[in-house]
Design a protein around this ligand. Structure first.
Ligand code: BG6
Length: 468
């Protein structure tokens, strides 16, 4: 009989900026996401002025998790999840990022939230930065390309680790650190970066990640601190040697971030690339030691789709704004309503690939299907398509553990309650096992209704993955 490990972390995930709302309450500052208007599958979110009456900013109210967390956590307790991943919004704690004293009201909110989770038997898994860099740091310092942002981030990190040292054990430092490759505004690395600025921003993000690990361990040696990437496994389109070599190059582009976080130094392929491009990274004394000392305990990753590397660039995948790797559509796969290719077996391949390379525990901290849901007259969503998606992906994890011997710590369904989409800001792109009555423009009662997938996942967790 196939077995998931006894303490497997079954759970769900959300992010502060996509769930909390209350964007200006209790002294919170404005984050980069708070000025991004709603977009769509074909229209990326845009930065707009806060007093632009024609713009709609989805993060301002999101799903009101800020006020509704108690009833939401109670619902998640019924689901039986062992852990919930959420993030701390940096701007609740340091509104502009540069204050010397943290905002006590912001800290108090997360105290209440984590206490509530713990009371309900749900272990918090906490991301320190999920795309919500203070806008002040983006505008006045140019975001992550400026080394000062690393210092401000570490100031915030120190505050958080000290405050929650007994409440939180599992930490993820920076959400999808490699997304700086695709959408620089996401992490406020700045817009229109030159290649060398992007490399410098990447370096700062990696340095911040390592320093956070080091700081965390000095505050509580029992912390488990992970680094996180979005998985971008790329198949060669054909066995043409050129396609195969391109897939290696594409892989380097993304796995570089994981290589540094796990191994503690820049890999030789990156060093050669920087030399070739005459890019020199500005470093300070002690940086190399810091990268080396701050390696991660586990590698966390999000998985939605695989990709295809092809030297023929005629057929670019449309609709995937976040993971816009140039490549061909995979003819063997189906796509979601938003054009993301669905590939459960690719998850197993990725797990093997990561584990072969690093031999450290892996944590799938985001996986799920963003789809249009139709709620019926009885307030029920029969989301068999979501059940099917999750079932196949969990089966792939099961096989990776049981057949291939990969060490997987846990699996989290992304957007366990419907939240606003990260890439488009739409509410209509739903991942949840719980429906939230709200539309793309914030209209609706905000009431929660369980979907068919809720009961399905409940029995998956109850049987520790035996009944899929
Ligand atoms: C991940 C992000 O990249 O993808 C999440 O960490 C995001 O914040 C998720 O929500 C799915 O993207 P989307 O646009 O479908 O919400």
């Amino acid at each position: 009989m196939t077995q998931f490990p006894k303490n497997f972390l079954w759970g769900g995930a959300i992010a502060a900026n996509q769930a909390e709302g209350a964007f200006d309450r209790d002294g919170k500052g404005v984050s980069i996401l708070d000025v991004m208007s709603v977009g769509s599958k074909n229209q990326p979110r845009q930065r707009r002025s806060l007093d632009d009456q024609t713009a709609f900013f989805p993060s301002h109210d999101a799903i009101d998790f800020f006020d509704k967390y108690e009833s939401d956590i109670a619902l998640l307790k019924q689901l039986g999840i062992k852990c919930l991943r959420t993030s701390i919004n940096w701007t609740r704690i340091y509104p502009t990022g540069v204050e010397s004293v943290p905002n006590e009201k912001g800290l108090a909110y997360y105290d209440k939230l984590f206490d509530c989770m713990i009371r309900n038997g749900i272990t918090p898994v906490v991301t320190l930065q999920h795309s919500d860099t203070p806008i002040y740091l983006a505008d006045h310092y140019g975001g992550w390309k400026n080394r000062k942002v690393v210092d401000y981030f570490l100031n915030y990190v120190r505050t958080i680790f000290k405050r929650f040292r007994t409440k939180v054990k599992y930490w993820i430092v920076i959400n999808e650190i490699n997304s700086v490759n695709f959408v620089t505004w996401f992490g406020a690395a700045g817009e229109n970066l030159t290649e060398s600025e992007k490399e410098q921003a990447s370096y700062h993000l990696l340095l911040a990640n390592a320093s956070a690990v080091k700081i965390g361990k000095s505050i509580n040696p029992n912390f488990k601190i992970g680094g996180m990437v979005t998985d971008c496994y790329s198949y060669p389109y054909s066995c043409r040697p050129e396609d195969v070599l391109l897939s290696v190059r594409d892989k380097h582009k993304n796995i570089f971030f994981a290589d540094v976080m796990v191994r503690g130094y820049y890999p030789s392929y990156k060093i050669q690339e920087l030399k070739r491009k005459s890019i020199s990274i500005k470093q300070e004394a002690g940086d190399d030691d810091m990268l080396h000392a701050g390696t991660i305990d586990f590698l966390a990753f999000s998985y939605y789709s695989s990709h295809v590397s092809s030297t023929q660039k005629d057929e670019v995948i449309q609709g995937n704004l976040l993971q816009n790797i140039i490549g061909k559509t995979n003819p063997y796969l189906q796509t979601s309503d938003w054009g993301w290719q669905i590939d459960p077996l690719g998850l197993r391949t990725s797990l093997n690939d990561f584990y072969d390379r690093y031999q450290i525990p892996l944590f799938i901290v985001e996986n799920g299907l963003g789809a249009v849901d139709n709620i019926d007259d009885n307030n029920y969503v029969e989301d068999d398509y979501r059940i099917d998606y999750l079932k196949q992906h969990i089966q792939a994890v099961k096989d990776a553990i049981d057949y291939d011997g990969v060490n997987v710590m846990g699996y989290l369904v992304w957007g366990i309650i419907d939240i606003i989409s990260g890439t488009t800001g739409e509410m209509a792109k739903r991942y949840g096992l719980v429906y939230v009555d709200r539309d793309n423009y914030g209209k609706g009662t905000g009431r929660r209704y369980v979907k068919k997938s809720f009961d399905w996942y409940k029995q998956v967790i109850r049987t520790n993955g035996e009944n899929l």
